[in-house]
Ligand binder design. Structure first.
Ligand SMILES: [Zn+2]
Length: 222
């Protein structure tokens, strides 16, 4: 099948191949925003449980805060991300990339503050410190490539890099070398801390059902 042209793949900042789940948690970008950064995150609600509707509910302000003890710490939180990649590689989009999603919070990267202004947020369903699924790397690489055809993407970083000391996702279980190899983008696009040798401990681990209670930071978003 011939590849779609960039113009045909997008409509008003929405990637047509993603399932659209519009979130109210967004605003306009600054008028002169140069969208050149992808910020990677991890999330699961409750932490370590995959496949449920809770992430979509959180991003759409529909989460029942009383449904799980962990959710109490998220009460009232208004957050979003442009994209979510499920464990099976399914791609969801919550905010137009032309708009400003609320994923990075207080942050700084490539010498610029407030990364929400000019970045695109990508959540990977997962748990800080644990590994991610092969289907997620495949979907992420395709998404990064689609974004780079539409926007002048020059940087990819984790939330842990743009908000060090405050955030730790996606964490050491994310295999940066694998993403770099899939994309074949210059090393300068990636955080220098991720340029060391591939960590063999990253491969093969999986949270399964043995996730400790309270793993992952409360209010892990923003
Ligand atoms: Zn994050």
């Amino acid at each position: 099948m011939p590849a779609e042209t960039p113009a045909a793949a997008w409509q008003d900042g929405w990637l047509k191949s993603a399932r659209a789940v519009p979130s109210p948690n967004h605003g306009p970008r600054p008028k002169d925003a140069r969208i050149d950064l992808l910020v990677l995150h991890s999330i699961s609600l409750p932490p370590g449980r995959y496949g449920g509707p809770e992430i979509e509910q959180l991003f759409c302000n529909q989460l029942d805060w009383d449904a799980h003890p962990y959710f109490a710490g998220l009460r009232g939180l208004e957050v979003s991300s442009h994209f979510l990649i499920r464990r099976d590689g399914a791609l969801l989009q919550f905010v137009s990339c032309d708009d400003r999603a609320w994923h990075a919070g207080r942050s700084c990267w490539r010498g610029r503050d407030n990364c929400n202004d000019d970045s695109i947020g990508i959540e990977l369903e997962g748990l800080e410190g644990w590994s991610f699924a092969p289907a997620q790397y495949q979907a992420l690489a395709l998404l990064c490539q689609a974004l780079a055809r539409r926007y002048a993407i020059a940087h990819v970083a984790g939330h842990e890099h743009v908000a060090p000391g405050r955030k730790a996702d996606p964490g050491p279980g994310f295999d940066w070398a694998r993403l770099r190899e899939a994309l074949r983008w210059p090393q300068e696009c990636f955080p220098s801390a991720t340029l060391e040798q591939r960590n063999p401990a990253v491969d093969g681990s999986d949270p399964g059902q043995s996730v400790p209670q309270g793993a992952g930071s409360a209010a892990a978003m923003q």
